[in-house]
Design a protein around this ligand. Structure first.
Ligand SMILES: Cc1cc2nc3c(=O)[nH]c(=O)nc-3n(C[C@H](O)[C@H](O)[C@H](O)COP(=O)(O)OP(=O)(O)OC[C@H]3O[C@@H](n4cnc5c(N)ncnc54)[C@H](O)[C@@H]3O)c2cc1C
Length: 345
């Protein structure tokens, strides 16, 4: 029996697997998945999974393929094809250094490139859906390799057709990036403030990257082995997206607290700050749970394995307490952002 999967996750929790195999190329990945008996878990950086204390009763395939090449270019853009196992932030650093714009605000996000389409990774006003042109996958149902064009990936806020679906193994991802020494227009107010510009202005790519990394570090949102607040999956809950009726009910229930930070979207839906709801429901930064878990001391949305020896069950108990209390206080249901494996909330 291999050791616990905790060592393969940023949360540092999770029991053993029956088998663990590493795949160093797209071909090896396809081969490993084809050869393994079900169930199979694809695991890359382990930064967006919560694995149960009983572990995984099957084969874990570790995505360890590396590489990036330009597959098309013209005067204004380049398209790069990136192997699934390429560490995401190495890719972002390389694009910034090359003067290719489009990923700079996604600096410092842990994990692999192949996992970014899974939940349409986003931060500071950018999402990978804006630059991905296609995702090369191995289709486990059909037993074929194919490229799924971005328009068919079903990208949405922290979601895509790939999330919670075992059908597709991501082999590589294509990104079309602008040749530009400047970032795209800065959309996120906090980032614009930190850069000393107005929302909508552009800044040198390297400045955008440096300031995003600084802001993220201040919130425990870049991995740092010396900082127990980063023993997490980043945000544990997504920002709830509410229909008008639920949003208005929330405004009534929170009248004496002031309006929650909210972002109106398409179809009358409103995205509301989960961090605000959690804080106002009575959970401050640093709030401890049982067994060595705690809310991050830097960010209300991150649940951490503070002691380094906590169990997944402790973390989920804290998550449940928080979501129950938010629901009781505001009538809003919180949903977990990470993929829960062999455990439930
Ligand atoms: C400190 C911290 C900060 C974070 N900040 C952000 C943020 O700002 N924005 C954001 O969106 N996310 C954030 N995250 C979450 C996480 O980093 C991203 O979701 C990341 O893309 C996960 O990559 P991974 O390689 O670690 O995926 P894993 O955790 O290994 O896997 C996640 C899911 O994707 C599947 N998967 C992984 N690779 C493949 C593949 N090649 N083919 C098929 N399925 C695959 C897995 O089976 C699993 O279901 C943060 C996490 C941490 C710990």
């Amino acid at each position: 029996m291999p050791g616990p999967l905790a060592g393969y996750t940023t949360l540092r929790t999770g029991g053993p697997a029956e088998r663990i195999v590493a795949a160093g190329s797209a071909d090896e990945l396809v081969h490993a998945v084809r050869a393994a008996a079900e169930p199979v878990l694809i695991l890359a950086g382990g930064s967006n999974v919560v694995i149960g204390d009983a572990g995984f009763p099957g084969t874990v395939v570790l995505v360890r393929s590396r590489g990036m090449r330009v597959i098309a270019e013209d005067a204004t853009s380049v398209t790069v094809r990136v192997d699934a196992g390429e560490p995401w932030d190495d890719l972002v650093a390389a694009t910034v250094a090359n003067g290719w714009a489009g990923l700079e605000c996604l600096s410092g996000i842990p994990g692999s490139t192949g996992a970014t389409p899974i939940q349409n990774v986003g931060a500071y006003g950018q999402e990978v859906a804006e630059t991905i042109t296609g995702v090369e996958v191995y289709d486990r149902v059909e037993g074929t390799r194919q490229v799924i064009p971005a328009a068919e990936c079903g990208f949405a806020y922290r979601g895509s057709i790939f999330k919670y679906m075992d059908r597709w193994v991501v082999l590589s991802v294509d990104f079309r990036l602008a040749r530009s020494p400047l970032s795209g227009p800065v959309r996120y107010a906090e980032l614009a403030r930190a850069l000393g510009v107005e929302v909508g202005e552009q800044v040198p790519l390297a400045d955008a990257r440096a300031v995003v990394l600084r802001l993220r570090a201040g919130k425990g949102m870049v991995l740092d082995a010396t900082d127990p607040d980063t023993r997490s999956v980043g945000s544990f809950f997504t920002n709830p997206v509410l229909d008008r009726g639920t949003y208005e009910q929330l405004l009534e229930r929170s009248a004496e607290l002031g309006d929650p930070p909210a972002w109106p979207g398409a179809d009358g839906l409103v995205k509301v700050s989960a961090a605000w709801l959690i804080d106002k429901a009575g959970f401050a930064k640093g709030h401890p749970g049982e067994g060595g878990v705690a809310i991050s001391s830097k960010h209300t949305l991150a649940l951490t394995n503070r002691s380094g020896t906590a169990h997944t069950s402790d973390l989920l108990t804290l998550a449940r307490t928080i979501s129950d209390q938010v629901h009781a206080r505001f009538g809003v249901t919180l949903h977990p952002e990470p993929v829960l494996i062999n455990c439930t909330l």
